[in-house]
Design a protein around this ligand. Structure first.
Ligand code: ISL
Ligand code: CA
Length: 560
């Protein structure tokens, strides 16, 4: 049996507010801009919007560095604009979840301003301060307390001259990590969560939530651990205890959904966060699938059987008590069609539709990233000046300016991997700046392909990626077998075809995906006879036969 639940059936649409829609011509997306596009989202059929951070921030990391959790970023508008957005979403019977970024704050948050001011300040213990190791040869007189690396290059420790101690920052220097072992910090976080829940938001996406509990003693990492520090940073000794306290004191009192960004958590460890008998989170994002095409920061070729093996592992490791998520893109990853499909002129449209078919027929709550419903692509970056992202810029200093990597090699990799690929403005129409802003420029350049790829032309075209995605969302939303049904991979080793079934009682669905540009005559394994063709991205009509003549990047959904 299964327990129907709204958030299990949800199709979530992620909005990166800076890049979605600008209402006042300053080149920066804003809340009013989002509100004016809610019909677009409703017509697409998504049921939940996830808004990336909209809080007051100096934007060292585009809002993932929060200065005031109870204030709206001035560039995005006012609290009244937020209230209007929320009310307008609810009016359309959709829901809104917001980003909870509480592993760290901005260094401009008043807690940190206080904390760094003296060793006996009442906020000192809100963050993680340690004395350095004395080293007369170093300019400050010290070395960092240990060898922890930051995700954004260099040491995870920053020396602060006022008190001559170091603070911990897993991400940018301007993102000091909170000390969750301090019960006052947990109370502050729970209070700010209640502030937004009492306004009516429907839950949270929780940024790097497995990193909140730090290892006792903060010993040095071994050379091996240094290769994947996130595995040591995640899943600390009190992580589950703190999440259970959060659930007990806050989440359990509201009808909300939670999804943890589970950096450093393996599939095997996933039930430790999401098993519904534990009362922690509803679901997490696991990165195995979205990062099948990279090795650390390096872009790598990938093969279909690898991806299938990951989805098989999801099915194996998560039982009926552990709900899953499905996604292959977000604001930290390159564009869906450029990474997993083929963004060439010939195959962009069918491959984007195939990927949408897969995402919307796998098991778990589906998360779509803005613009992927249009088949937006990676950006043709030319020089370092084209990038905004702190990760790309810090990496340049650490890798290229030190001579470890050539500028050409670094740029070539960034073209595939840069987070800015996904952060270029939404392409609304074929007017200047893609209709994103009425101003002369946008904060990050618009992809020059906006004259071909934009919402205005796709909305009116029944064959567009947008229209096809809307039909898929409608199908999934009314089909419990596609949400809750069992998943079975029919042909795990096949390097070109991904064929699987989703079954719930008597309801039986077959999905066949031709992952590539070769036409293939494919014989369905077993004695599955496709009876009724529900969706196809290539206009085929074949039924009642066991060998399918698949065109390049063809996707089909059958009832059998
Ligand atoms: O994006 C990454 C590498 O390209 C990841 O390591 C990423 O930093 C990690 O998944 C955590 O991401 C989240 O927290 C970061 C923020 O920069 C990301 O945008 C956010 O999604 C720090 O808040
Ligand atoms: Ca604006």
């Amino acid at each position: 049996g299964y327990q129907p639940t709204w958030w299990k059936e949800a199709v979530v649409y992620q909005i990166y507010p800076r890049s979605f829609n600008d209402s006042n011509g300053d080149g920066i997306g804003d809340l009013k801009g989002i509100t004016s596009k809610l019909d677009y989202l409703q017509n697409l059929g998504v049921s939940v919007v996830w808004l990336s951070p909209h809080f007051d921030s100096p934007n060292a990391d585009n809002g993932y560095d929060i200065r005031d959790y109870r204030k709206v970023m001035a560039e995005f508008g006012t609290m009244a604009d937020f209230d209007t957005l929320l009310a307008s979403i609810k009016q359309r019977h959709m829901r809104l979840i917001i980003d909870l970024v509480v592993n760290h704050t901005s260094d401009e948050h008043h807690w940190f301003v206080e904390s760094r001011s003296s060793k006996d300040n009442p906020y000192r213990d809100y963050y993680i301060w340690r004395p350095g190791k004395p080293n007369p040869a170093s300019p400050t007189g010290f070395d960092p307390p240990n060898n922890y690396p930051s995700f954004f290059s260099g040491s995870a420790w920053q020396f602060d001259p006022t008190t001559k101690e170091y603070y911990l920052h897993y991400f940018a220097v301007k993102q000091p990590d909170l000390n969750w072992d301090n019960p006052k910090v947990r109370t502050e976080v729970f209070d700010l969560m209640k502030f937004w829940l009492d306004k009516g938001v429907d839950g949270f996406r929780m940024d790097v939530i497995p990193l909140i509990s730090k290892r006792a003693g903060l010993r040095d990492l071994t050379p091996d651990e240094l290769q994947h520090a996130h595995l040591v940073y995640a899943n600390g000794p009190h992580m589950n205890e703190y999440l259970q306290q959060m659930n007990r004191e806050v989440l359990s009192k509201y009808d909300v959904m939670t999804v943890g960004e589970a950096l450093g958590i393996s599939l095997q460890q996933t039930p430790m966060l999401v098993d519904d008998r534990r009362h922690e989170l509803d679901m997490i994002f696991n990165f195995d699938a979205v990062r099948v095409n990279r090795d650390g920061r390096q872009w790598n070729d990938w093969a279909l059987p690898q991806l299938k093996a990951i989805y098989a592992a999801h099915a194996r490791e998560l039982d009926t008590h552990s709900w899953d998520t499905v996604f292959l893109a977000n604001h930290d990853n390159p564009r869906l069609v450029s990474s997993f499909g083929d963004d060439s002129a010939a195959f962009r449209v069918p491959s984007a539709k195939l990927l949408a078919t897969m995402l919307l027929t796998l098991r778990g709550t589906v998360f779509l990233y803005q613009g992927d419903e249009l088949g937006m692509t990676n950006y043709p970056f030319r020089t370092m000046a084209d990038f905004d992202d702190i990760e790309a810029k810090n990496g340049y200093k650490a890798d290229v300016l030190t001579g470890h990597t050539s500028e050409e090699a670094y740029l070539a990799n960034l073209r595939h991997m840069s987070r800015d690929n996904a952060r270029t403005p939404m392409q609304w129409d074929a007017t200047s700046q893609a209709g994103f802003t009425t101003g002369p420029r946008s904060w990050l350049a618009v992809n020059p392909n906006y004259t071909q790829i934009n919402a205005a032309s796709e909305i009116k075209d029944r064959d567009s990626i947008y229209s096809y995605t809307a039909r898929l969302i409608a199908l999934r939303s009314k089909t419990h077998a596609l949400v809750y049904g069992d998943y079975k991979d029919l042909d795990p080793e096949n390097p070109k075809i991904y064929a699987y079934t989703r079954t719930l009682g008597a309801d039986r669905y077959l999905v066949v995906l031709n992952f590539g540009k070769d036409p293939i005559a494919y014989t369905i394994p077993g004695d599955i006879k496709p009876k009724h063709l529900l969706m196809t991205n290539q206009g085929s009509t074949e039924i009642n036969i066991s060998t399918l003549n698949l065109k390049p990047w063809e996707a089909r959904i059958y009832i059998y």
